[in-house]
Write a protein that binds this ligand. Structure first.
Ligand code: BV8
Length: 225
């Protein structure tokens, strides 16, 4: 039975109204990545970083899953122990579409992290620099997000799934950010077939056995169903 590893990026949630990063008008064209998505930026100006993620958290709360999220949730429900769903996204639209097990390698907007004791909890809608950690009380809380230069979450679990994959599918990711952008090669070396579903060619399109172009809300249900 085929084991499938799926990697999703911002393009999966684009049709739900959540901004991508590198498309025209994307988040990195409005905010300086160094200022809002690095630990150094957070240390320099935590209020700006909380403002950036508070705005994205509100945007996410107002968004609804699109047919691509629903199709992936259906696929995982139909093949529960054969579909590993990895996302670079920090939104919870896959969960809200019914996906039972989502690996958020870059963290989650809905979670907060204490920089002092490592405690994690459900993030309030609006986070601020003076929020005390519920466990140790210090005001060193941050969004539970993996920033540039930080180690992505669940890498061992992901590497194991890639080593055993029969099929690797990348959906709506530009292939610019590592280690996620290297997953297609990891899976290919392990003998998996590789498929890319994207609105346009990505930085790693040439590494896939097959690439289909179009919006995720059409391509993903077509592929799943
Ligand atoms: C790390 C925070 C060490 C959350 C993000 C080589 C090896 C290892 C590391 C590096 C390396 N080279 C450089 C590095 C360092 C760095 C890196 O990759 N830099 C880049 C810029 C060169 N990587 C890191 O720092 C990572 N950490 O490497 O630690 C390590 C490594 C391995 C093992 C142990 C330790 C940490 C990276 C995480 C950074 N955090 N964000 C947040 O704020 O959201 S990354 C950021 O970019 C987002 O989180 C997002 O997840 C990620 C990728 O972006 P995409 O999802 O691809 O979005 P993008 O806008 O780029 O593209 C959108 C795509 O959608 C496009 O292709 C478009 O065509 C498509 N699309 C649009 N609309 C649709 C669509 N597709 C379908 N339908 C549509 N409707």
């Amino acid at each position: 039975m085929d084991r499938i590893v799926i990697l999703t990026g911002a393009g999966l949630s684009a049709e739900s109204g959540l901004g991508t990063f590198r498309d025209v008008g994307g988040l990195w064209t409005k905010y300086d990545l160094e200022e809002v998505a690095t630990p150094e930026g957070f240390a320099r100006n935590p209020a700006l970083v909380h403002e950036f993620y508070n705005a994205r958290r509100a945007n996410c709360r107002g968004a609804t899953p699109n047919p691509a999220h629903a199709a992936l949730a259906r696929l995982q429900a139909a093949l529960p122990d054969r579909v590993t769903l990895v996302t670079q996204n920090v939104d919870d639209l896959l969960e809200r579409a019914g996906a039972a097990s989502v690996i958020h390698m870059h963290g989650e907007l809905t979670r907060a992290l204490c920089g002092a004791c490592g405690h994690r909890w459900a993030a309030p809608d609006v986070m601020g620099v003076d929020d005390p950690c519920p466990a140790c009380g210090t005001a060193s809380t941050r969004p539970d997000i993996v920033w540039f230069g930080e180690i992505p979450y669940h890498m061992e679990q992901i590497d194991t799934a890639l080593a055993q994959a029969d099929l690797f599918v990348a959906i709506g990711t530009s292939g610019n950010v590592y280690p996620a952008a290297g997953f297609v090669q990891q899976a290919g070396f392990a003998g998996a077939r590789t498929l890319e579903l994207n609105l346009e060619a990505s930085a790693t399109s040439g590494l896939f056995d097959e690439a289909r172009l179009g919006p995720a809300s059409q391509l993903v249900p077509e592929w799943v169903d």
